[in-house]
Ligand binder design. Structure first.
Ligand code: XIL
Length: 382
């Protein structure tokens, strides 16, 4: 691809097989163009998720020239949509395969874009590999639980700690009811709290230069009170116990779920959201927007009206978030409607394609793109 990839197999003599290691980083900075230039003027960065795909595939990938053009126009930071998750990296307990992720890292570094790591651990049973849910933790479960999670975090840190400036160490461990989720792994640890503490401490040691993030989808929409409270309690606990978590990742899968006007929706949601962000930043945490998109299921089919409402709703949300100078990085969950995960995850009742991100299926910027431009222009510097 770029001629920079240095594939190497880890030397024998280790318990783990690690394939597909990346080449050396090209010390570059992304050219300031598009949204990332507007962000940079405020000390911020803009970016997106992207995927691995074979050359020329019609996917949201660097290997699709039309999609790569969007990344290169607007992004200073990238994150793999799926290729850094356990399912992609670790087919079993003792094998790691970084081939696809390495291709993505090579691309990002060749283009001077920073890379996020999503995610070292997604603590939701249905998102964990089957082999892990079925794992035999043997006679000393806490010990083997630490080995299996520790090897994952240490391996990622060892080979990519210098290349990934920010890791989602844990993703989605708080339930919508505000409790800490459990799994076979957390039970083997003797509890979720012990597992979370171990994950962050291990990540700090394995990747001492990287920002360590807790990432979740608690949102500003009604019905999220208990969820937000659960996240706050967990973050408070981290502070009390000296757990090295630097930032809260606001996934920001926002969405309009009622026929109310955008103005009245925002008016009803702003206070609770600011209260939440005040508490998080008051504890000393940094913020990031990690997976922005707007679910438009609740809006009428008319494209002009739909795009307008999505853009206005997003602009109000971004203005509130950007008023916190602890927030520097803003990543969309994809650049082009055509490849958005929401097309499959949350289709519209009327079967019309969703329009959740910045460019339409024809790769043309939408009003949502202008909302981002305006939000960056209006943001206070940091
Ligand atoms: C989603 C991907 O976009 C899909 O392709 C995949 O099938 C499931 O995961 N929260 C997260 C992301 O943290 O990892 C999810 O990504 C979207 C919700």
């Amino acid at each position: 691809m770029t001629g920079m990839t240095r594939r190497e197999m880890l030397a024998a003599g280790t318990a783990l097989a690690v394939n597909g290691l990346a080449g050396k980083a090209a010390a570059q900075t992304a050219p300031a163009t598009g949204l990332n230039a507007l962000a940079a003027a405020k000390g911020m960065r803009f970016g997106s998720c992207f995927a691995w795909a074979p050359a020329g595939a019609d996917r949201g990938s660097f290997a699709n020239p039309a999609y790569a053009a969007l990344l290169e126009r607007d992004c200073g930071v990238l994150v793999p949509e799926n290729e850094f998750k356990w399912q992609a990296l670790r087919p079993d307990a003792t094998t790691f395969n970084f081939d696809r992720f390495s291709d993505m890292l090579d691309y990002a570094e060749a283009k001077g874009m920073a890379m996020r790591g999503h995610t070292l651990f997604w603590h939701k049973t249905e998102r964990m590999p089957r082999w892990l849910n079925d794992y035999d933790f043997g006679a000393d479960p806490p010990k083997s639980a630490r080995t299996v999670l520790g090897q994952h975090i240490r391996t990622a840190g060892k080979y990519f700690g210098d290349h990934i400036y920010s890791f989602d160490v844990v993703n989605e461990t708080v339930s919508e009811q505000g409790a800490l989720r459990e799994s076979a792994l957390s039970r083997a640890f003797g509890g979720t709290e012990a597992m979370l503490d171990f994950a962050f401490h291990t990540a700090r040691t394995a990747a001492p230069k990287s920002q360590l993030v807790y990432n979740d989808y608690m949102s500003w929409e009604p019905g999220n009170d208990a969820f937000r409270t659960g996240v706050l309690r967990m973050l408070e606990g981290f502070k009390k116990r000296g757990v090295p978590c630097d930032a809260l990742g606001l996934q920001s899968h926002i969405g309009i779920r009622s026929n109310d006007s955008v103005k009245s929706l925002v008016a009803g949601q702003e206070r609770a959201w600011r209260g939440f962000l005040d508490e998080v930043t008051g504890m000393g945490y940094q913020l990031l927007i990690t997976e922005f998109d707007v679910n438009d299921r609740g809006l009428p089919a008319d494209i002009e009206k739909r795009d307008r409402a999505v853009a206005d709703y997003a602009k109000a949300y971004l203005d509130i978030c950007f008023s916190y100078t602890q927030l520097k990085d803003v990543l969309a969950w994809g650049m082009c409607d055509k490849y958005s995960w929401l097309q499959g995850f949350s289709p519209r009742g009327d079967k019309q394609p969703m329009r959740p991100v910045l460019y339409d299926a024809g790769f043309k910027p939408k009003p949502l793109y202008a909302a981002f431009e305006n939000a960056f222009k209006a943001a206070p510097g940091r």
